[in-house]
Structures are given as structure tokens and as C-alpha cells.
Write a protein of this length. Structure first.
Lengths: 294, 314, 304
């Protein structure tokens, strides 16, 4: 009984310590912004949140991942202020939003290139969009079919709730054709995160994966992609995204429910400004303001 | 005994009426009763919720789709069969590892190990059983799957096998704990009798003690299996999550997608009320029903064993 | 005495030889069998122990006072994991708050009040079923009921309630066993001295059962502290700028944090990942060790 009592005392003290730093800033009313969604955007959103909170200490921003689908669903369910998405809102989601009385408002906050990555020892350095489509739909099964070694191709992808996944499906697997219904091959590994893809590609010579350029560490090999045979093979970079020569590039979005108000407006304006866009460049994404490139 | 509170009148003293305590005690008794019913309430609630949100899947999605072999929800393919086979392959593999090691270790601890070893091993195994699965999954990505890929020359190490190995490791402590308790509970007289008629300790272990503890050991295995089927994080991190129809023997070394990983990976994204949402709850329903079946079978087996034993011994 | 079945008519020396041969063979089988079982036991215990030791070795260097008490910075690649530690602590506390009173009361009902009828059997079946439900299904249920239906939102409250229901069967089983272990004599004596049923339970039986109940509670909470799936949609957050202020806030938590930093954040230093794993293990296994110590101490001090 005595030990139980002392345990109780200790836990109360810890709870007290825990809440002390939080209530240390007196006077300022604290505004809370909930931000959730794309895993592609999550680290960027986190960097923005950290920087913004240093400048505006009375605003507190919480950031979560889960995928573009997660963020938009949360926006529709009314549990977040800003949803991050690496793809545009789907028509079904827009309908759902309407049904819940919400009008999603879209902001383009950055641009991104989807890099196709392979193991550093893989001799293949370039592929066409068609080849990529065939690889990912399962028609091409061996690296030798595209001029590489005799190894089976292990396809890595993000989970279906990822905007990156959906974008890749539409732009690469389906070659941007609206009536194309090709699907990923069933044995495509659907990994729950970018890091999962990176770590598998890093140690598996059979692997091919894709992800936002900001997530690709320098020790992996990036494939140069061309729109078709005879066209230039282009490596992804801020320049090739902005001049549209790299075929797999996309906008990154933030959605709010209706027009944003109060602190959310201020935050979004800051994100679209010079300082925040420099952070974009630093993290490997493409700023939307040309003057903000590092 | 004096009425509802059971207070006997002490010899000689008149029974003073204690209305306040009776009233307070009645309230407490009622609260305790309600708490007792709470387990049933919760199971009912969970079942009700799962059914309420899961059954609409049967309406939203045509049956041929729902029980088809393609799982690609964002394009409307809701075939749960690959997920079922994925869970099945990983569970069967995990049990193939966990049962021999679990029962073997339990037998060792209970029958062979000297007293000092038992005092160390049993708490140690229980301690290891407390390891969170996310930690094992974490090591699975970093260490186990590359190792498997190189060892077995596979395209990738993110496979059902990796999942089975981790799940086996998670299930073994459960099996060992409960089986060892069951073996320990077998009366000494059984062993002594067997030894007295000339059996070696080895023969006694397998011919007398284990069969006598059969129901407890079976419970241990079933509970271990329950843990394996229900495991989420470790499998999500190491099985590759590819919705492959895992029906061949070679599927053990192919990536698979389990029901639990599917729910965990996709639940956050669904807008409530969408067909995808309903299908995920439907999968949850399936998991609930499977674990219910496992438990019912376990209870039935144990019950029958016990009544047979009671008949024999009485 | 020979089980090999040699007929009694055979010459005595012959049957004795057969007996010796059989028993030599049986002893060899036994020796091999024992060796094999020992190997199995070792193979069961050693790898997992190695896992723990490996994490200690890799994660040890990351542990420092700043790591344990600081907030994460630079996209969580630097700094500390205090919010996750505090979050796990809050969740464990919240779980205890709901599951302990309810679980112990339910156990008291089963051990002291319930009669052997259909309702009681239904309760027992329900408890076994609750114990077997996959953790992700609890997460699903928690999200459906607490987050959405009751509108508690993604919060410590929702997550704690979900974890409590998950922990209930463990506590009820352990508490009931502890109560049943108290010899009937205690109750009889109390009643004979004039105690009512509740007085007997509260002042005589329960105190005796406390160590067993405590063990069960700690083991249950240990599981709750280490689980990720139930809190995924009910309370866990990827990153929070400050510690949670109220039960309606979401929170970071150690298991979810480990999942996130090992799979979601590029360039996360390995040492921080191992360090976080180590802290989680220490927390969880520490609880386990405490429970074991309480159990053995209580067994020694038992009054029956």
C-alpha cells in the first residue's frame, strides 16, 4: 500500500512537470492549427510548422501524416484545419465533402518531381514512360528485358492512400490517359512509407521504386526518364520541373474547408511567401516562386 | 445469516437496524454487478459496431467483387480473398514455428530444467513476451528481411516468411507461459505412477504428462494463434503488403498482405460512410468472427476435456 | 518388470540381458531427447534476448538527459523524445483510470457474487473473446465509437478508452484468480465476526488479493503501453508542438513514434531510432519486471 501511494505521488509530480513547460508562456492566447495528410508533404509541413512557430509563438501547429487520403478524409470529417495532399481532390471526395457541407479550397504550395530510383549497382540509368508503365503493370518482369542484368524486378510502391501512389498510377502506369484502366501488378510491394521504399531499394539490387525527390537520399541512383523513344532522357530537378522537361512532376496542395480564416489565413499566406519557399528548396522540393530557388 | 447483507446476529445482542450501511452496500453491490456484466456489454458493443458499419459492405459492393481476388480499393476492387490468404499463410507459418518451439520449451522448463533454471527461465520468457511488436517490426525491416533475401536468394526479403518468423517469436512466449502452467498443474502422482511402472522420464513426459495437460496446452496453442492472427504492426512492416493471392507453397516466400495490415494502413484515409470504409469494417468483422471461432473451439475442447476428466476421476 | 514383453518362460539371464539392452537404448533416446529439448529452449530464449541486447547496444549511445527530456527538432531528427514519453505515460495513466476500477469490480463480481448460471458463463465467454480480439479491430471500434460517434475526436480520451477495453480481460482474469486464491477461511472468519459481505470483501479479501491484482494490472498496462494499432486512429499524432494540455488533445506516444521515425522520416539517424526503441523496451520491460518482483515477494509474504 505504501508503494502504491508513493507511485501515485510520483505520477502526480510527473504530470505536473509535464504540463509546466506548456503553461510557461503566459498571457498569449494560444491558437491551434491541425494539419494532416500527405506523407510526401509531412516533412515539409513539419519544417514550415517549426519555422513559423519560432516567429509566431502564439500559434501552435500539429502535423500528422497518413497519406493524402487521410488528410482529405479528415477535412471532410471536420477534424483538421488544413489537409495536405500530393494529388488533387478526387471527384468522389469532393462529393463527400459537399454531402458533409464542406467546400474544399485548394492552394498549390510547392511542386515535386517523382524520382524513380534503383539500387546504385544497377546498370540501367534511363527508361521511357512506356517502359516504366510496363514494368509496374507486370508486363516486364526481368531487368534483362530493358537491357540490364538477369534479375527479377521487384516493384516498390507507396500505399494506395498515398497521393504519390495515385499520381504515379495516373501519370506513369496509365500514361496520363483518362480511359486507361491498367493497374499496378498484384505483386507490387505496397510499403507504408517513403523510408520503407528507400531502405529496400538501398539494399536490394532487384528493386525499383518511386517517390518524391525530397525523399531520395544521394546514395541512391535516380533514373532519367523520357516521354518516349527518341525524346530526351531527363533527370528530375527543380529546373527540369519548372521548365516541364521532366515528365513526372506534380503540384503539392493544401486544402481548407471553405475560405480560410484567422490564423490559418496568415499561415497559408506565409507558406506562399519567400521565406517558406526557401525551405521548400532546401528539402528537395520545387518552390513555386522562381525567385526562391536556392 | 441475517437478510440481504448476510450479517449474522451476534449471540445475545439485539440486531440493531443499520439502514445507512445496508443502503450503501446495496448500491455498491449493484455497481459491482453492473461491472460484471460490462464484459458482455463491451463484446456486444464491439460486435454491434462492426456489424453496423461492416454489413453495408455487402450492399455497397457486389458479392463477386467482395469475394474476388483483386484488392485495389481506390479503383473499386474490393476482393478480400488475397487478404484472407495472406493472413492465413503468415499465421500457419507462425504456428509451424511457434508450436514446436513453444511446447518444447514448456516441456523443458516444466520437466527437465533444474529448479534454479526454472526460476530464471520462466520470468525471462514472460519478460520477452512483453516486447512490443513495433520493436520487432523495426528490427525486421533493418535486419531480418535483408538477411532473408541474401540467405534464400529471394527477390526481396519482405515476405510472408519474415512475418511468420516475427509472429512465431511473438506467439512463443504466450504458448510457453500457458503450456508450462498446464504441465505444472499435472499432479505429481501421474508422473510418479508412470515412473513406478518402469517408464523413463522421457516416456513419461510425452506419454503421460503431456496428454494429461492436453487441454491446457491446446489452450496455449490457440491463444498463441490468436495473437498471431491479430498482430498488426510487425506484419505491416515486413510482409511487403502486396495483395498477392497466396495459395501455393512458394507463397511463403512471396510478399503478402494481411487483413490486419490492410485495416491499419487504409483506415485513416477513408471518408466515413464510403464503400471503402464499410469494407474495412467488414474485414474487421471477419477478424472478429475468426477470433470468436478460435475461442469457442478452445472453450469447447477444454470443457469437454474437463468433464471427461471429472467423470474419470470421480 | 520389462515392458518389452519377453515371456516369463525365457531363461532368466536372457530376459535380464534384453531388459538391460532396452533400458540402455531408452536411456540414449532420453539423452538425445533431453538435449534436443534443451536446444529448443535455448533457441527460444536466446534470439529474443539477443534482440534486446542488440537494441541496448545500438541505442545506448543515444540516451542522454537531453534525449529523454527535450523536444524533437529539425523534423524530429534531433533533440529529444519527451513528448512521446509523456504521451505514453498519459495514455497508460488514462487506461489505468478506466480499466482498473471496472476490471477489479468485475472480478469481484465473478469471484464473490456470481452464481454458476448461464449469465456467468456468458460473461466468461465474453472475457475470453475480448482477450482474443485483434488490436487493430479495437482501433477500428475505438475510432467508430469514441472518435466519430461520441465526437471525442483524436484524443488521449479516445485512445485511453480504447486501450482500457483492450486491457479489461487481462485485469479481470488476474484479479479474479487473485481473489479466488484467498482461502475461504478468511471470509468465513470475517462473516462470523459480524462482517457483511461487502465489508468482508473490502476489508479482508481484497487486501489479501492486492499483490495478485497489482501484478495483473501492471501486465495489462504493459501491453497497453506497447500497442500501436489501437492508438493509430484514436489518439496518436505524428508531431505535436507542445505537450498535451487536456484529455481532448491528441498526443505523441512511444510505440507510434518508433513506427513513424523508422518508416516515415527520411534521413532519420539510426541511433535515434534505436534509442527510441530502447526507451520503449525499458518502459515496458520495466513494468514487467516490477510485476514479477511484486508477485514473488507477495508469494513469500503470503499468510496462507
Amino acid at each position: 500500500m505504501r508503494t502504491a501511494r508513493s507511485l501515485l505521488v510520483i505520477s502526480v509530480l510527473l504530470v505536473g512537470c509535464g504540463s509546466a513547460p506548456a503553461s510557461a508562456a503566459p498571457g498569449h492566447p494560444v491558437e491551434f492549427i491541425e494539419n494532416r495528410g500527405s506523407d510526401t508533404l509531412v516533412n515539409l509541413a513539419l519544417a514550415w510548422a517549426e519555422l513559423y512557430q519560432q516567429e509566431q509563438p502564439e500559434v501552435r501547429i500539429s502535423v500528422s501524416g497518413g497519406g493524402s487520403g487521410v488528410g482529405l478524409a479528415a477535412l471532410i470529417n471536420g477534424t483538421v484545419d488544413i489537409a495536405n495532399a500530393s494529388r488533387q481532390i478526387k471527384p468522389e471526395e469532393a462529393e463527400q465533402a459537399q454531402a458533409h457541407g464542406i467546400r474544399p479550397t485548394e492552394f498549390v504550395v510547392a511542386r515535386d518531381a517523382i524520382a524513380v530510383i534503383v539500387h546504385p549497382a544497377n546498370p540501367i540509368g534511363r527508361l521511357t514512360l512506356q517502359q516504366l508503365s510496363d514494368i509496374y503493370s507486370g508486363q516486364i518482369k526481368n531487368w534483362s528485358e530493358v537491357g540490364g542484368e538477369d534479375r527479377p524486378i521487384v516493384r516498390l510502391s507507396r500505399e494506395t492512400n498515398s497521393g504519390t501512389h495515385v499520381y504515379f498510377l495516373e501519370t506513369v502506369v496509365r500514361l496520363g490517359q483518362k480511359d486507361n484502366h491498367t493497374l499496378f501488378s498484384t505483386d507490387t510491394l505496397l510499403l507504408p512509407s517513403s523510408e520503407g521504399i528507400v531502405s529496400e531499394v538501398r539494399q536490394n539490387p532487384n528493386a525499383i521504386g518511386y517517390d518524391g525527390l525530397g525523399y531520395v537520399p544521394p546514395d541512391l541512383k535516380v533514373i532519367a526518364v523520357s516521354r518516349g523513344v527518341g525524346e530526351a532522357y531527363v533527370l528530375p530537378s527543380a529546373a527540369t520541373v519548372n521548365d516541364r522537361s521532366y515528365p513526372i512532376a506534380r503540384d503539392l496542395y493544401m486544402y481548407t474547408a471553405g475560405e480560410p480564416t484567422g490564423v490559418v489565413t496568415a499561415y497559408l499566406e506565409w507558406i506562399l511567401g519567400q521565406e517558406a519557399q526557401q525551405v521548400v528548396g532546401k528539402l528537395g522540393f520545387v518552390p513555386i516562386l522562381t525567385g526562391a530557388q536556392p | 445469516m441475517n437478510g440481504a447483507t448476510g450479517t449474522p446476529t451476534a449471540g445475545g445482542q439485539s440486531a440493531r437496524p443499520r439502514p445507512r450501511r445496508d443502503w450503501g452496500e446495496a448500491i455498491i453491490t449493484r455497481l459491482i454487478q453492473l461491472s460484471g456484466y460490462s464484459a458482455v456489454v463491451f463484446v456486444g458493443l464491439i460486435f454491434f459496431f462492426l456489424v453496423r458499419e461492416g454489413l453495408p459492405a455487402l450492399v455497397d459492393v457486389p458479392l463477386r467483387n467482395l469475394f474476388g481476388t483483386r484488392w485495389y480499393p481506390i479503383e473499386g476492387y474490393f476482393g478480400v480473398v488475397p487478404l484472407l490468404t495472406g493472413s492465413l499463410v503468415v499465421t500457419v507459418g507462425a504456428m509451424a514455428i511457434a508450436v514446436p518451439f513453444g511446447i518444447g520449451t514448456a516441456m523443458f522448463i516444466s520437466e527437465i530444467a533444474p529448479r534454479w533454471a526454472r526460476e530464471v527461465l520462466k520470468p525471462l520468457v514472460e519478460l520477452l513476451g512483453g516486447l512490443p511488436s513495433v520493436v520487432l517490426g523495426f528490427l525486421g525491416i533493418l535486419v531480418l528481411s535483408p538477411y532473408l533475401r541474401q540467405l534464400l536468394d529471394l527477390p526481396t526479403g519482405l515476405t510472408a516468411l519474415a512475418g511468420s518468423l516475427l509472429l512465431g517469436g511473438i506467439a512463443v512466449p504466450t504458448i510457453v507461459s500457458i503450456a508450462e502452467d498446464a504441465l505444472d498443474a499435472v499432479p505429481r502422482s501421474y508422473r510418479d505412477a508412470a515412473l513406478a511402472v518402469g517408464a523413463t522420464p522421457w516416456q513419461t513426459m510425452w506419454g503421460v504428462t503431456l496428454p494429461a495437460a492436453r487441454s491446457g496446452v491446446l489452450t496455449a496453442v490457440l491463444l498463441g494463434m490468436g495473437r498471431a492472427v491479430g498482430e498488426t504492426m510487425a506484419v505491416m512492416m515486413v510482409t511487403g503488403n502486396a495483395p498477392v493471392l497466396a495459395v501455393r507453397l512458394a507463397s511463403i516466400v512471396s510478399p503478402v498482405r494481411t487483413m490486419t495490415a490492410t485495416i491499419a494502413a487504409e483506415m485513416g484515409e477513408v471518408a466515413s460512410g464510403s464503400p471503402h470504409y464499410h469494407v474495412l469494417f467488414f474485414i474487421g468483422m471477419l477478424l472478429f468472427v475468426i477470433s470468436l471461432l478460435v475461442n469457442v473451439i478452445a472453450s469447447a475442447v477444454v470443457f469437454r476435456q474437463r468433464s471427461r476428466a471429472e467423470r474419470v476421476l470421480s | 518388470m520389462s515392458v518389452s514383453g519377453s515371456p516369463a518362460a525365457a531363461p532368466a539371464s536372457d530376459s535380464r540381458r534384453q531388459f538391460r539392452a532396452t533400458s540402455v537404448r531408452r536411456r540414449r533416446v532420453q539423452r538425445i531427447g533431453f538435449a534436443w529439448l534443451s536446444l529448443m529452449a535455448v533457441a527460444t530464449v536466446v534470439p529474443i534476448t539477443l534482440v534486446v541486447l542488440y537494441i541496448v547496444q545500438q541505442g545506448g549511445p543515444a540516451i542522454s538527459w537531453e534525449f529523454l527530456s527535450g523536444l524533437p527538432s529539425d523534423g524530429m531528427r534531433q533533440g529529444g523524445i519527451l513528448p512521446a514519453i509523456v504521451g505514453t505515460f498519459y495514455l497508460t495513466l488514462g487506461t489505468a483510470l478506466f480499466s482498473v476500477p471496472l476490471g477489479v469490480a468485475a472480478a469481484v463480481y465473478l469471484a464473490e457474487y456470481a452464481q454458476e448460471n448461464v449469465l456467468t458463463r456468458a460473461i466468461r465467454v465474453a472475457i475470453i473473446n475480448l482477450a482474443g480480439i485483434p488490436s487493430v479491430v479495437y482501433g477500428l471500434f475505438g475510432m467508430g465509437l469514441f472518435v466519430l460517434f461520441l465526437r471525442f475526436g483524436t484524443s488521449i480520451l479516445s485512445a485511453s478508452l480504447t486501450l482500457s477495453i483492450m486491457t479489461l480481460p487481462v485485469i479481470i482474469s488476474a484479479a479474479e484468480e487473485a481473489l479466488r486464491a484467498v482461502p475461504q477461511a478468511f471470509r468465513t472468519v470475517s462473516v462470523s465476526l459480524g462482517g457483511s459481505r461487502w465489508q468482508t470483501i473490502a476489508r479482508v479479501v481484497l487486501p489479501q488479493a492486492v499483490p495478485g491484482i497489482l501484478t495483473g494490472v501492471i501486465l495489462g498496462l504493459e501491453r497497453a503501453a506497447g500497442e500501436t494499432a489501437p492508438i493509430l486512429f484514436t489518439g496518436a499524432a505524428f508531431f505535436l508542438p507542445r505537450l498535451p494540455n487536456s484529455p481532448l488533445d491528441p498526443t505523441m506516444a512511444l510505440p507510434y513514434h518508433l513506427f513513424v521515425i523508422s518508416t516515415q522520416v527520411p534521413g532519420m539517424p539510426l541511433q535515434i531510432q534505436y534509442g527510441t526503441a530502447l526507451v520503449l523496451i525499458v518502459f515496458v520491460l520495466g513494468m514487467n519486471l516490477t510485476a514479477t518482483v511484486i508477485r514473488s515477494r507477495a508469494r513469500a509474504r503470503r499468510q496462507w
